[in-house]
Every structure is written in C-alpha cells, then in structure tokens.
Design a binder for this molecule. Structure first.
Ligand SMILES: Nc1ncnc2c1ncn2[C@@H]1O[C@H](COP(=O)(O)OP(=O)(O)OP(=O)(O)O)[C@@H](O)[C@H]1O
Ligand SMILES: [Mg+2]
Length: 244
C-alpha cells in the first residue's frame, strides 16, 4: 500500500499514528490523508479502531506515537477545545444530544463558542434549509424524536460550529435504510458546500456507495485505500465484507 502519494492537498495528514487506552495500543502505525473538500470513508468491522481514531483526532485520546498535521501544522496532543476551534468537529457515536432541550437549543449549543450573533442566526436558517425536518421540529424536545431525526439534529448541531472537517461516527447505526439514504444525501450536500467529511462506518457497502475515497481498517491497521468505486470492485474486500 502506498500511503504517501498526493498528500499535497491534504487538509489532515496522519503519519504512523499509534493510539489507544492507557498501555493498550489499538491503532498500529496508521497513515491516512484527508483531502480538502472530499468525502472520505473509514470502514472496518466491530472493534477495528475507527472510533479510537476519531477520538484521537478530536484530542480526547493521547497520541502514543506518530504525527497528526492540520494544514501543515502539528495538532497531536492539543486539547479537544483547541482542536474544535480549528474547525475539526465530531458528530459522536450515539449522537449525544441534550434530550431535554429543544431542537433549536441543541443547535445553538453547537455555536456556543461563537459570538457573531447575526451570523449564528444566518447559519441557523441555512442549517434548517438543509434539514427542513429540524425546522418543523425546532421547538420539540430532542429526546422525543425518532432515531433518524436525532441523527439529523446531531449533524445540524455540528454544522452550527462552522466545521472545516466533519467527523461522523456510525451515522447509520440502528436506522432504517430509507432514513440512512436521506442522511447520506445530506452528507453529500454538506460536502458540496465545501465541508470536508470523514465518515466512519461499519456498513462498508453503504459507505463506499456514497464516499469519494475510503480506507479500510482492520485490527488497528490500514489494509486498503483508494477511490471508493475501485474498492467496491476489490475481490478480497467483496469476500471479506460484502458477502459475495
Ligand atoms: N475505553 C476503552 N478502554 C479500553 N479499550 C477500549 C476502550 N474503548 C474501546 N476499546 C478497545 O479498542 C478497540 C477498538 O475499539 P473502537 O471503539 O475504536 O472500535 P470501532 O472500530 O469503533 O468499533 P465499532 O464499529 O464497534 O464502533 C477494541 O478492541 C475495544 O475493545
Ligand atoms: Mg465505533
């Protein structure tokens, strides 16, 4: 595998990254580039280390070794707050909304770091344009909505932070296929508006169908990378993940 090619336009550049929990090393020398304004998928089975990678990128887990560069600047070891301010924003696994707050208050929580009130208002309208269902339900308690609506709310909240890179963890988990298709369309639209996307997904077929490029992670190591349409045709991946 050649992980070093065409990294000039990488917004995020990860080299030989090892990370995990205490003495436990989960990620084993991971190298990965996220290119500006692409929709990148990181796929792999249960326990492969996908969430561990996102948590390390967000500064929630320490870097054991290796480097993470954001626009050429090292960001490994910075605090989660600093990383968030740089524009790296996570939509966490399980959504983690404030269930007893309204949809709109959840969205405003995404902008709590911003003091440009007029622009926050304008962004709220923009986000409601992208997720009309959230506009309809702006006064409803977030915890009372369906799983798909809660996922939309979590994505909309992240957008209120004006991310440059959106990290999305297991968006499809537990949702009906028709809802997942809608959410994938939303991600593509967000990408088209210039936000770079890194989607982590167990459902490799789903991710490869929507993403521009993908990496496959197995027990903490990258075992494949390439354009999503090539990986869909990869015979070994078909055997291992796609059941054909
Ligand atoms: N808090 C923790 N402490 C110790 N080990 C952990 C912790 N969280 C996860 N692990 C271990 O790290 C490994 C990778 O877990 P991780 O959650 O990153 O996988 P994943 O690819 O996100 O899986 P899934 O698709 O199930 O979400 C697993 O072996 C897991 O048991
Ligand atoms: Mg996970």
């Amino acid at each position: 595998m050649n992980a070093t090619h065409s990294s000039q336009d990488a917004i995020l550049r990860i080299r030989d990254l090892s990370a995990g929990y205490g003495l436990v090393q989960v990620l084993q020398s991971v190298s990965l580039d996220v290119r500006t304004a692409e929709f990148l998928a990181l796929v792999g089975g249960n326990g492969a280390g996908k969430t561990t990678l996102l948590r390390t990128l967000s500064g929630l887990l320490p870097v054991q070794s290796g480097t993470i560069e954001w626009n050429g600047r090292p960001v490994g070891g910075l605090t989660p707050d600093t990383i968030f301010r740089l524009g790296i924003v996570q939509v966490p696994e399980g959504r983690q909304l404030f269930p007893r707050m309204s949809v709109q208050d959840n969205l405003l929580m995404g902008a709590y770091r911003r003091d440009d009130k007029a622009e926050v208002r304008a962004d709220l309208d923009k986000v409601y344009g992208l997720f009309p269902r959230m506009a309809e339900r702006r006064r409803q308690l977030a915890g009372s909505m369906s799983g798909g609506e809660q996922q939309m709310c979590a994505m909309a909240r992240a957008l209120m932070a004006r991310p440059r890179l959106l990290l999305v963890d297991e968006m499809s988990l537990g949702l009906a296929p028709i809802i997942v298709d809608q959410l994938m369309e939303n991600l593509i639209e967000i990408r088209d508006q210039g936000v770079t996307i890194l989607l982590v997904e167990q459902d490799i077929h789903l991710a490869l169908a929507a993403a521009d490029r993908a990496y496959v992670l197995e027990t903490g190591r990258i075992v494949r990378e390439g354009p999503a349409r090539d990986l869909i045709e990869d015979p070994e991946l078909k055997r291992a993940y796609l059941g054909v």
